[in-house]
Design a protein around this ligand. Structure first.
Ligand SMILES: NC(=O)c1ccc[n+]([C@@H]2O[C@H](COP(=O)([O-])OP(=O)(O)OC[C@H]3O[C@@H](n4cnc5c(N)ncnc54)[C@H](O)[C@@H]3O)[C@@H](O)[C@H]2O)c1
Length: 289
């Protein structure tokens, strides 16, 4: 075993990953499993769950992959029970499930708000509660990682309730980190910006600005959008012993967009927190679209 594996201490541990079969979740499950973690996954996409199960089986990896809805308390509790029965321990919980639709807040109604709170917040509380009792009973501490978003840290026009729900998860995680610190249970958040996944494409405005190299260079200090492994790497770190003294924190795998908030790297004129005069002139003359 090398330095990294030794310090990481992940081999033989157990992780529950909600939404672990597709998008960012699949990368997280796959990377945890590659480090010797035995994953227990619940995913609403039956096809993705089946494909993940087969791919882990083919590599001889020990895993539980179930098709179900994390918003259903019974399905979530049953996943934890299955992990108890198979492995008798729980070391890591990764709350991946979340999502939104785009609409100005004034055009939305209580049914939509409730759906967003259920999709982004309520199941995180439930999963944490199920994990805490097991991690405490195990006496080895543990790591809880919530996938939030950069939109929990800035205004997000068109995504008001999603942004509020994810900010609630961030704040919940911070408080939990303090309450659980004496038990050695760490709680951290990972707040991506844009890392294309199949489902995320459905939220696109259709202008494809982030598929355009110039558009990406202007918006992302690192000059590229995220890859799913940019996020899964952060989760592996937070699950591992390498982050043993990190709790109540947020990692921002976003290529620098949280740091640059509001500043853009315009072609020719460079960094500015406003639209440069030549762009305004081009817009006025009709060249700017
Ligand atoms: N991809 C990004 O750029 C990005 C950016 C910021 C934040 N995020 C956050 O990261 C998380 C994952 O994003 P993603 O793009 O991978 O999304 P995704 O829609 O692909 O979801 C990941 C997985 O969760 C599963 N899932 C969705 N709802 C579920 C439910 N109710 N029960 C069980 N499984 C369910 C999906 O089937 C999918 O396999 C979300 O919380 C999202 O808000 C993503």
């Amino acid at each position: 075993m090398g330095w990294f594996e030794d310090r990481g201490g992940l081999d033989g541990t157990v992780a529950v990953v909600t939404g672990g079969a597709g998008g960012l979740g699949k990368a997280i499950t796959t990377d945890l499993a590659a480090n010797g973690v035995r994953p227990a996954v619940l995913d609403i996409d039956a096809g993705a769950a089946g494909a993940l199960r087969r791919s882990l089986d083919d590599r001889g990896l020990d895993a539980i992959v179930r098709h179900g809805d994390v918003r259903d308390p019974d399905a979530l509790a049953a996943l934890f029970t299955a992990a108890d029965e198979r492995w008798g321990r729980l070391d890591t919980l990764v709350n991946v499930v979340g999502g939104t639709f785009r609409a100005p807040f004034a055009d939305t109604a209580p049914k939509g708000w409730d759906a967003l709170l259920r999709a982004n917040l309520s199941h995180v509380l439930h999963a944490c509660s199920l994990a805490i009792e097991r991690m405490r009973a195990g006496g080895r501490g543990g790591s809880i990682v919530n996938i939030t978003t950069i939109e929990a840290h800035r205004a997000a026009p068109g995504f008001a309730v999603y942004s509020a729900a994810k900010a609630a998860v961030e704040q919940f995680g911070r408080t939990l980190a303090v309450e659980l610190a004496p038990d050695g249970i760490r709680v951290n958040n990972v707040a991506p910006d844009y890392a294309p996944t199949d489902n995320l494409a459905k939220l696109s405005t259709g202008d494809h600005a982030l598929a355009d190299a110039d558009g990406v260079r202007i918006a992302f200090p690192m000059g590229r959008v995220g890859q799913v492994t940019d996020i899964s790497g952060c989760v592996v770190f937070l699950a591992s012993g390498l982050s043993a003294y990190v709790t109540g924190s947020t990692l921002h795998p976003d290529g620098g967009t949280y740091a640059s908030s509001g500043w853009f790297n315009w072609p020719e004129s460079g960094w500015a927190n406003h639209v440069p005069a030549p762009v305004l002139k081009a817009m006025a003359s009709g060249e700017g679209g």
